[in-house]
Ligand binder design. Structure first.
Ligand code: ZN
Length: 464
């Protein structure tokens, strides 16, 4: 008969054996839990980066530090040293996280790395510390199973700073020739869409993985009206800076949508239409046919998700006046816009031309900031490899290429012509999706192991 402690030992041995041939949840979740404890809010990445670098070195990876400042700590871990000069498959993540809302309600504290009910809680668990850990453990498995003397491609994981504030302290530095020539990326896999259900009308249960191959370009504009008007407000006037600005804001709101269905949007609609099936599916699949042109504007208007894929957006974020007493008419008024543009070179001139045409001539437009201009990545054999890796792990899943509505570090690599894809290789529930950049960010442990397995399949396909 087996006693209690012997039974426990057998169980432990079984788990050790089982997980050594499969993918363990324990070790990755312990690393992630520790990593989440570093409060690496943008500008303070280095301590968290140093921790991950030490993990990578423990696993026998080769590490290279590119920039070493507290707010710009960027390094990579690779299967073989960079100076072997092999082209690389680059897995990318960012060390920084967004701040937490101090009043927000969290089931577990955001920087304690608590694991409860098979779920790990913490700021960055999805975006994107969890992904970094998946990449590390996938590379660990690859390192343990392949001979590195005859490989065709290096596998490189790039850990970056400053993504959440636009990538200037991270990815922007990595595309400089002296660093890019060391990294030699043949393809980049960074963050993007995940595995979602309830996204295809009429086919709510279908699991769809959205791999981003393009990103919208952010363009932040300042619109400033400076008008000399009577300073005292006892006599009313319609020609004040505020009135002029508000009228122009109204005109921008009323501007007709500019719909562009490019090749990459066509691919998205083709996939979605095939899943939908029926007449509606047929129309979506062939949305660019001249025959359906009259329907296009209605379809776009009725569906927010589709609208995001084929139009530019202009979000008014702030209106400001210089401080003054209520009885003094402000002599200047400023509005800020966060514009998100479709990824082709012609959109920025298009927007600026449109604004110059419709707004008051007395308003000065200044570009405050913008992300790099990058064309969509054409779906190539790297996309097929990622698709096969996802379907290998989730056999019933659909894989759909998509334009990502925000900008990530992927855009920097696309801007220098490196094919770049964005994907979170696990199922994302509605609740998880809502927790990104919000309260209660969390990642089920099962997502960590499925993510690792997708990455292993992907990496194995490069050095079979
Ligand atoms: Zn992110």
């Amino acid at each position: 008969m087996i006693n209690g402690s012997a039974f426990k030992r057998v169980v432990v041995c079984f788990f050790v054996f089982y997980f050594s041939i499969g993918v363990s949840q324990q070790e990755p979740s312990a690393v992630l839990s520790e990593y989440l404890r570093y409060k690496s809010i943008t500008g303070n990445e280095k301590p968290a980066g140093l921790y991950l670098k030490s993990v990578c070195e423990q696993f026998g990876f080769y590490t290279t530090v590119f920039t070493d400042a507290d707010s710009s700590y960027n390094f990579c871990a690779s299967l073989v040293p960079l100076n072997r000069g092999l082209p690389s498959v680059l897995l990318m993540n960012h060390i920084d996280v967004v701040p937490v809302d101090e009043q927000g309600i969290w089931q577990q504290k955001p920087f304690d790395g608590i694991i409860n009910n098979d779920t790990i809680y913490g700021r960055g668990s999805i975006d994107m510390k969890g992904l970094a850990v998946m990449q590390i453990f996938a590379l660990k498995q690859i390192k343990e199973t392949i001979k590195t003397d005859s490989i065709k491609y290096n596998i490189v994981i790039l850990f970056l700073s400053g993504e959440e504030t636009g990538g200037k302290n991270g990815a922007a530095k990595m595309i400089q020739p002296e660093i890019l020539s060391q990294l030699k990326p043949m393809v980049v896999f960074g963050e993007g869409g995940g595995g979602l259900t309830h996204v295809i009308p009429g086919k709510e249960n279908e699991l769809c993985f959205f791999v981003s191959n393009a990103e919208k370009k952010s363009l932040w504009l300042k619109l400033e009206a400076k008008v000399k008007s009577r300073g005292h407000s006892s006599v009313s006037s319609s020609k004040t800076a505020d009135r002029i600005l508000l009228k122009s804001i109204e005109k921008i709101d009323q501007a007709e949508e500019h719909i562009v269905i490019d090749k990459s949007a066509e691919e998205t609609f083709k996939e979605i239409g095939s899943i939908m099936g029926g007449v509606k599916g047929f129309i979506v699949k062939h949305i660019n046919w001249w025959l359906f042109k009259p329907l296009r504007r209605k379809i776009v208007r009725d569906n927010e998700a589709i609208k995001t894929l084929v139009t530019n957006s202009y979000q008014l974020t702030q209106i400001q006046n210089p401080k003054g007493p209520i009885n003094q008419v402000a002599q200047s008024a400023t509005a800020f816009y966060d514009c998100r543009l479709l990824p082709n070179k012609s959109e920025k001139p298009y927007i600026l031309k449109l604004l110059f045409r419709i707004i008051d001539r007395r308003i000065k437009i200044t570009i405050e900031d913008e992300s790099p201009t990058s064309e969509p990545t054409a779906l190539d054999s790297n996309y097929d490899k990622m698709k096969r890796a996802i379907v290998g792990e989730f056999p019933t899943a659909h894989v759909i290429p998509v334009l990502f509505p925000a900008t990530t570090d992927n855009s920097y690599f696309r801007s220098v012509g490196v094919p770049s894809y964005g994907i979170l290789p696990f199922r994302l529930s509605e609740e998880m999706l809502e927790s990104v950049h919000a309260n209660n960010e969390k990642l089920p442990l099962s997502a960590i192991s499925s993510g690792i397995k997708v990455y292993i399949r992907l990496l194995q396909s490069y050095n079979p």
